[in-house]
Design a protein around this ligand. Structure first.
Ligand code: ATP
Ligand code: MG
Ligand code: MG
Ligand code: MG
Length: 564
C-alpha cells in the first residue's frame, strides 16, 4: 500500500464478460471468470490474471504476516518430490489416484506434492539435532497438486492450488499443544482480517494418526462440507466428527441400533436397506463378502458406484454387517453413514482393540483408511453405534438442543499429528539428559487460492463481486463517465488518491458508455466506486459504496477526504 499506483483499465489485461461461462456451477466461479480475475487453463488448473493475482497476493500477505507474528519461519520446498519419503510414510500407495505421479529420464518415480509432512520431517531431521533447536515452526506458501476426482467451482477445488502449509516440531506434548494453540489463534486472526465469516469445528484426524484436529469452515451454500451447528451452545462439528459426540458416555451400553439384513442380500437390497439408490456412489462400506467382513474402500478421492461394486464382487454374497457380527469381535470396526447417505460412509474403530493391533479401518476422515489404529489414542469412543445418520434436529451432544446442518467451505485445517511422521523417519533430537527424544509434530493448512473463492462466495451479490477492503484488488475504482471534462476530473481524482497511498483502478477506456463502465465496476467489486460524470463541470463526483450500494454526490475534495 506504500507505492502509489494507478492501474488504467485501458491498459489492463483482463476482459470482462457479459455471459457466464457454460460450465460454471457456483457464484464465485461465474463471477471470477466474468470479471476477468481468472481463466481456466485445463480442468482444475487456473491462470490468475492481474486483478486475481492481486487478490491472491493480498490473501498471502495477510497469511504471511500472521504466520511471521507467531514466530513461524517461511521456507520454500520443492513441489517436485521423490517417491521414497512417501513410500516410507505409506502415502505413495494410500493416496491412490489423488497423486500426480511422474517419472524422470532415468526411470525414477516422482510426485507433485499434495502436502509436505514427509519432506518437512526430513528437513528438520537434517537441521535440528538438539532439543535446543526446538521448538520450530516452518511454513510455506506453495503450489500443491491433487488429482481431484471432481475439480469444480473454479479455484474452489483445483487440481493445482495455492496452500499455506506449516509444520511444528516440539519435544513434548505440552509444546505441541502450545504450537497448535498459536496456529489456531493465528488462523482466527487471518480469517477475521480477510473478512471471511468462519466457524471452527472439531474434525477427526483419523488416518493422520493425531489426537486433535479442527477445521475452519466458511459457511456458504457452494461448500462441499456439512457441519452440525448448535443454535443454543457453541458446539459445532463436521458431520464426519459428530458420530463421536453422539456416542453415549462410558458405562452406558444401551441397545445398539440394528438394521435388518434381507435373507438374500443383493446390491439392490443393500441399497434399499441404506435408503439410497442402487446407483449411489460410495467411498467406503463395511460389508460381508462370503461371510467375511471386509472394508470395501477406495483410496484417494475415487469413488465406486454400488452397481459396479456388485459386478466386482459377483458371485460373492454381499451382506450388510450388523451389530451381531461385532459380538465377541473386539478387533472389528463399524460403519457410519453420514447425512448424504453412502457418499459419507465412515468407520469408527473399536476402542477395545488392543493397542498396536494391525487393523485396516476406514478412517473417520474423508477418503482415508488407517492402519494400526491405536485405540484411546486415535479414537475416544467407549462404544460405537451401528449406523448413525446425522439429521437436522438431532440432539446436540453437548446441550441436547436440536442441531442444524449447514453447508460450508473448508478453508483451513489444523492437526496435532503427534509422532506418526517422526516415527516413520526416526526424527529424534538429543534431549536434556543426553538421550534421544522423539519429536512430536503438528501440521496446519490454509487454502490460499480457495480463500479467494470462499470470499467471493460470501460477499458477492447479483451485480458482481464485492471484496472486503483487505483483499480487494484496489481501494477505489475511479470511473470516467464521459470524455473531456469527466475524464480530466477522473484523472485528477485518481492521481490525488494514489498520492494519498491508495491503490486505484481508473476506468479511462474510450468509447464506452457510462452504463457499461458502471456495470463493470460493480462486477469487479472494488469497495469504493468514484464516478466523474454529468456534474464534472461543477467538480462534483458520485461516491458509491459497493457493498451497501449507498451513493452520494460530493465535491471532489470532500470525496477524497472521505476516502483517505
Ligand atoms: P477437502 O476436504 O476440501 O478436499 P482436504 O481436507 O483434502 O480438503 P487438507 O488436506 O486439509 O484438505 O488441506 C488443507 C487445506 O487446503 C484445506 O483446508 C483447503 O482449504 C485447501 N485445499 C485442499 N484441497 C484443495 C483443492 N483441491 N483446491 C483448493 N484448495 C484445497
Ligand atoms: Mg481433499
Ligand atoms: Mg476435508
Ligand atoms: Mg482437511
Amino acid at each position: 500500500m506504500s507505492t502509489p499506483h494507478v492501474q488504467r483499465m485501458s491498459r489492463l489485461m483482463a476482459k470482462t464478460l457479459r455471459e457466464d461461462p457454460a460450465d460454471a456451477e457456483t457464484l464465485s466461479h461465474r463471477l471470477l471468470v466474468r470479471a476477468g480475475y481468472v481463466r481456466r487453463s485445463s480442468a482444475g488448473v487456473w491462470t490468475w490474471l492481474p486483478l486475481g493475482k492481486r487478490v491472491l497476493d493480498n490473501v498471502s500477505r495477510v497469511v504471511r504476516e500472521e504466520m511471521d507474528a507467531i514466530g513461524a519461519q517461511e521456507v520454500l520446498l520443492p513441489a517436485l518430490l521423490p517417491k521414497e519419503p512417501y513410500e516410507v510414510s505409506g502415502r505413495w500407495s494410500e493416496y491412490g489416484d489423488l497423486l500426480f505421479r511422474l517419472r524422470d529420464r532415468k526411470g525414477a518415480d516422482y510426485l507433485l506434492g499434495p502436502t509436505h509432512e514427509e519432506i518437512f520431517t526430513l528437513v528438520v531431521k537434517d537441521q535440528c539435532t538438539s532439543y535446543k533447536d526446538l521448538p520450530v515452526m516452518l511454513y510455506q506458501i506453495q503450489t500443491k497438486y491433487r488429482d481431484e476426482a471432481r475439480p469444480r467451482s473454479g479455484v474452489l477445488r483445483g487440481r493445482e492450488f495455492q496452500m499455506k502449509d506449516s509444520y511444528s516440531f516440539d519435544v513434548s506434548d505440552e509444546g505441541l499443544a502450545q504450537s497448535y494453540a498459536l496456529h489456531r489463534a493465528a488462523y482466527q486472526r487471518i480469517f477475521t482480517r480477510l473478512g471471511l465469516d468462519h466457524r471452527i469445528v472439531s474434525a477427526v484426524s483419523g488416518a493422520m494418526g493425531g489426537s486433535a484436529s479442527e477445521e475452519f469452515l466458511a459457511p456458504a451454500e457452494a461448500g462441499e462440507d456439512t457441519f452440525a451447528d448448535c443454535p443454543s451452545c457453541d458446539y459445532a462439528a463436521n458431520t464426519e466428527a459428530v458420530t463421536f459426540a453422539l456416542t453415549p458416555a462410558a458405562g452406558d451400553h444401551g441397545p445398539v441400533e440394528e438394521l435388518d439384513t434381507p435373507d438374500t442380500p443383493t446390491i439392490e437390497s443393500l441399497a434399499a436397506l441404506l435408503g439410497v439408490p442402487a446407483s449411489a456412489t460410495l467411498k467406503n462400506l463395511l460389508v460381508k463378502v462370503d461371510g467375511e467382513i471386509v472394508a470395501v474402500g477406495v483410496p484417494g478421492d475415487r469413488e465406486v458406484d454400488l452397481g459396479k461394486l456388485g459386478e466386482h464382487l459377483a458371485p460373492a454374497v454381499v451382506e450388510l454387517v450388523t451389530a451381531e457380527d461385532f459380538e465377541g469381535r473386539p478387533d472389528l470396526v463399524r460403519g457410519y453413514v453420514g447425512p448424504q447417505g453412502l457418499d459419507k460412509v465412515r468407520y469408527l474403530a473399536d476402542p477395545r482393540v488392543a493397542p498396536g493391533t494391525a487393523w485396516v479401518t476406514g478412517a473417520n476422515k474423508a477418503d482415508a483408511h488407517a492402519r494400526n489404529v491405536v485405540c484411546g489414542r486415535d479414537f475416544e469412543v467407549d462404544r460405537y453405534l451401528d449406523v448413525v445418520v446425522v439429521e437436522p434436529g438431532d440432539p446436540c451432544p453437548s446441550c441436547g438442543a436440536g442441531l442444524r446442518l449447514d453447508r460450508a467451505i473448508e478453508i483451513g485445517h489444523i492437526f496435532q499429528l503427534g509422532r506418526k511422521y517422526a516415527d516413520a523417519f526416526g526424527l529424534d533430537v538429543l534431549g536434556k539428559e543426553g538421550k534421544p527424544v522423539r519429536v512430536t509434530m503438528g501440521s496446519y493448512g490454509i487454502g490460499v487460492s480457495r480463500a479467494v473463492a470462499a470470499l467471493a462466495e460470501q460477499t458477492a451479490d447479483e451485480r458482481g463481486l464485492s471484496w472486503p477492503a483487505a483483499v480487494a484488488p484496489a481501494d477505489v475504482h475511479v470511473v470516467a463517465a464521459g470524455k473531456a471534462v469527466p475524464l480530466a476530473l477522473a484523472e485528477q481524482a485518481a492521481s490525488a488518491l494514489s498520492e494519498a497511498g491508495l491503490r486505484v483502478l481508473l476506468d479511462d477506456r474510450p468509447g464506452l458508455s457510462p452504463g457499461v463502465k458502471l456495470t463493470d465496476a460493480e462486477l469487479i467489486g472494488v469497495p469504493w466506486i468514484l464516478v466523474a460524470g454529468r456534474r464534472s463541470a461543477d467538480g462534483v463526483v458520485e461516491l458509491q459504496h459497493r457493498a451497501t450500494g449507498h451513493r452520494e454526490e460530493l465535491a471532489l475534495p470532500e470525496a477524497l477526504t472521505r476516502l483517505t
